[in-house]
Design a protein around this ligand. Structure first.
Ligand SMILES: NC(=O)c1ccc[n+]([C@@H]2O[C@H](COP(=O)([O-])OP(=O)(O)OC[C@H]3O[C@@H](n4cnc5c(N)ncnc54)[C@H](OP(=O)(O)O)[C@@H]3O)[C@@H](O)[C@H]2O)c1
Length: 411
């Protein structure tokens, strides 16, 4: 019987800026290697806060997974000490926690559900996932949506963007009168800008090109500014949200250290890898927060969400058993499908022979013979096939093995 496996490195055990090292850049290549290493199916889920692998295999060989993951990332096998694992019910529960937003840094955030959907879509595209993981992920995504709708978790549009804006409000007096800047025009910058606009703040937006900043502001609000102008006069901005994928420090130490007067500047670096030089935190009058620190602050502000989360755990527990049963039931599908295929082949062959023997059978007679042969076979085969499925659902693998022997099927 095959098992569902999960191996993950997440913000829970590893600082966010270290996660980058575990990311798998070339998914196609990674999928090929994991398949070759013995996973029958696999799905990679990567977000800013996690790198995860879901797999299906006949046994839980985590050292094999680490070996392949090391090959893909160039890391030493010893670097995987913080890897968490879980199989079957645990792996399914974790996936449901994930899609419900319970395992997120900002509990209940909405992006993760979309990210999980994208992950399974790209695994399907790459031919890496199959019947089991496709079924599991599709159903998990539906459960995630339902949980959010029923509980209202995430209803207020909570995101890393809105949490960052809330943190700025908590830390800066009279934010409305301050110079607020957003650097970046991507997904996270959009979340920040939407949240700022919703709360009535004015802000500037910098992008590598002014046109992109202008198009962004047209869509979500704010005033576009030239990136060079921003860095030349960084002191104008009391609060900056930095959300880019720049592979270097976009806001360098000198850009801030050389400012003549700083009175209460706050910089929130939402980027991973970081886009703001951490040494800036040592400059008097500057408060720099990175994604890890934002996560910690968020956790402290999450009491009411935690209560909701507890209620959701109950719903998830019920879903875990149902999904586990579905996974087990799928074990019988190849045998059942193959048996029905063989039966159908025999039926079609015998029907053709009979029609030929009748000679000039009119279409009505042929249809009656066809319907009858189908009805007889379905009447005989349905009950044993359903019993095989049911046995498989209950984990009664002996029945499956005996059935395979009876029907001459190689499992
Ligand atoms: N998505 C999430 O759920 C999430 C959550 C937490 C943190 N993060 C982190 O937030 C950051 C942004 O993520 P995202 O999802 O918003 O990415 P995204 O949608 O791909 O947007 C990336 C932005 O980075 C800017 N950019 C890219 N290369 C740049 C460079 N060399 N110099 C300056 N700007 C550059 C681009 O702006 P222009 O092309 O307009 O200049 C673009 O707007 C990432 O570091 C990510 O790890 C994401």
């Amino acid at each position: 019987m095959s098992r569902i496996l999960n191996a993950r490195i997440t913000f829970r055990t590893t600082p966010v800026h270290m996660l980058e090292k575990f990311m798998m850049k070339d998914h196609k290549d990674a999928y090929r290697r994991f398949r070759e290493s013995g996973l029958e199916e696999c799905v990679i889920v990567q977000t800013c806060n996690r790198v995860e692998l879901f797999g299906r295999a006949s046994e839980a060989d985590y050292s094999g997974i680490i070996r392949t993951w090391s090959e893909v990332t160039g890391l030493d096998g010893g670097a995987f000490g913080a890897m968490e694992t879980g199989e079957d019910a645990e792996a399914i529960r974790h996936l449901l926690d994930l899609v419900s937003g319970l395992d997120s840094m900002v509990v209940g955030e909405e992006q993760v559900l979309g990210q999980v959907r994208e992950s399974i879509a790209s695994a399907k595209d790459a031919g890496a996932s199959g019947m089991h993981l496709n079924t599991l992920f599709d159903r998990a995504a539906r459960v995630g949506t339902r949980i959010r709708n029923v509980t209202g978790l995430g209803k207020e549009g909570v995101s890393v963007g809105s949490m960052a804006v809330r943190l700025a409000e908590e830390n800066v007096n009279d934010l409305k009168s301050k110079g607020v800047l957003v650097i970046g025009t991507g997904e996270v910058a959009t979340l920040v800008a939407k949240s700022l606009a919703r709360r009535g703040y004015s802000f500037s937006v910098a992008s590598r090109t002014l046109q992109r900043a202008a198009a962004f502001c047209e869509a979500v609000g704010g005033d576009p500014v030239r990136f060079e102008d921003v860095l030349a006069d960084f002191g104008r901005y009391d609060v900056s949200f930095v959300a880019t994928t720049a592979p270097f420090f976009l806001v360098a130490y000198d850009a801030v250290a050389t400012l003549s007067t700083i009175s209460g500047m706050m910089i929130l670096d939402l980027s991973n890898p970081r886009a703001v030089d951490e040494r800036i935190a040592t400059i008097p009058g500057v408060k720099l927060m990175n994604l890890d620190q934002i996560g910690e602050m968020v956790e402290r502000n999450m009491k009411d969400r935690a209560n909701k989360a507890e209620a959701i755990q109950g719903t998830i527990s019920g879903e875990v058993s149902a999904l586990e049963a579905s996974m087990r039931r799928l074990e019988a599908e190849p045998l059942v499908n193959e048996t029905f295929r063989v039966i159908e082949e025999i039926r079609a062959r015998e029907l053709a022979k009979a029609v030929q023997m009748v000679g000039d059978a009119d279409p009505r007679t042929v249809r009656i013979m066809d319907d009858m042969s189908r009805a007889v076979l379905e009447g005989i085969a349905s009950t044993p096939m359903n019993n095989i499925r049911r046995a498989s659902e209950h984990g009664d693998m002996d029945v499956l093995e005996v059935a395979a022997r009876i029907f001459d099927y190689d499992i």
